[in-house]
Design a protein around this ligand. Structure first.
Ligand code: GLP
Length: 244
């Protein structure tokens, strides 16, 4: 696992965005695994700038997203489909039909079946990840067992509280989500995990300062992947005691 420490959050976006752009420059038909949350916003801004400068062409790219809230329609401002359209897809030339965000509405089993069938046919060249305060990646929450494949996940109290900032109040946060499984994430050729802010300290400490894999911090499974880059800013690195 490679760890990069940046001086600020903008630089996280530049480095992660640059790595994703490079994959597309080298392989114009690449499949990108994409993430939501506030952390990836700087990454998408950097990809949009590269596109506007004419450095990258997304016209043959496919994308698949990590997860979606159950119960939110695609036009709900807090749905992950809405987030992806407004923060990235509407600003680059990826054909909308090449982008997949799992459906959060309709029969749950059918949604999972459709997500699994897409993932069975997809190989992700580079996967972008944020991390939850409790160490979740996508919506794979800490627990006795971790899921290999796409599934429905009940969100932990910590995740509901953390994500309440995007909603009018905590009661409005969906309690369930559809998510890629850990295996789906681990099958990507390359993985980038980005984090900043003191609230991520426990999760990042477990990921980069401890050698073990712990189901109570699902991100730690990434230690078993051969090509993972963790990008954090200096204040977070200092907080967890990481020195490069
Ligand atoms: C959500 C998403 C995760 C994301 C996490 C952290 O729970 N499902 O994929 O990593 O939020 O988000 P933020 O970057 O806003 O802290």
């Amino acid at each position: 696992m490679r760890v990069i420490v940046t001086s600020n959050n903008e630089e996280i976006g530049e480095i992660a965005g640059g790595m994703i752009t490079k994959v597309v420059q080298d392989k114009p038909t690449a499949t990108l695994g994409l993430a939501t949350g506030s952390s990836p916003e700087v990454v998408y801004a950097s990809m949009i700038r590269a596109y506007e400068r004419g450095e990258v062409d997304f016209s043959q790219v496919h994308t698949v997203n990590l997860d979606e809230y159950l119960g939110l329609t695609p036009d709900h401002p807090q749905s992950y489909r809405y987030f992806m359209d407004s923060h990235l897809f509407n600003h680059i030339n990826v054909p909308k039909e090449n982008t997949f965000v799992a459906s959060g509405v309709g029969d749950e089993e059918e949604c999972v079946k459709e997500f699994r069938s897409i993932l069975n046919r997809t190989h992700v060249d580079i996967q972008l990840l944020g991390i939850g305060e409790d160490g979740h990646i996508a919506f794979n929450e800490p627990g006795q067992v971790l899921h290999n494949n796409a599934h429905v996940e009940s969100l932990t109290e910590s995740t509901i509280a953390a994500n309440a900032r995007f909603f009018a109040n905590e009661d409005e946060v969906p309690k369930k989500a559809i998510s890629m499984g850990m295996g789906d994430i681990m099958r990507a050729s390359k993985i980038i995990l980005i984090a900043s802010g003191y609230k991520k300290a426990d999760a990042i400490r477990g990921l980069i300062m401890d050698e073990n894999v712990d189901v109570q911090n699902p991100s730690t499974m990434l230690k078993m992947h051969p090509d993972v880059t963790v990008i954090i800013d200096r204040p977070l690195a200092d907080l967890v005691g990481y020195t490069d």
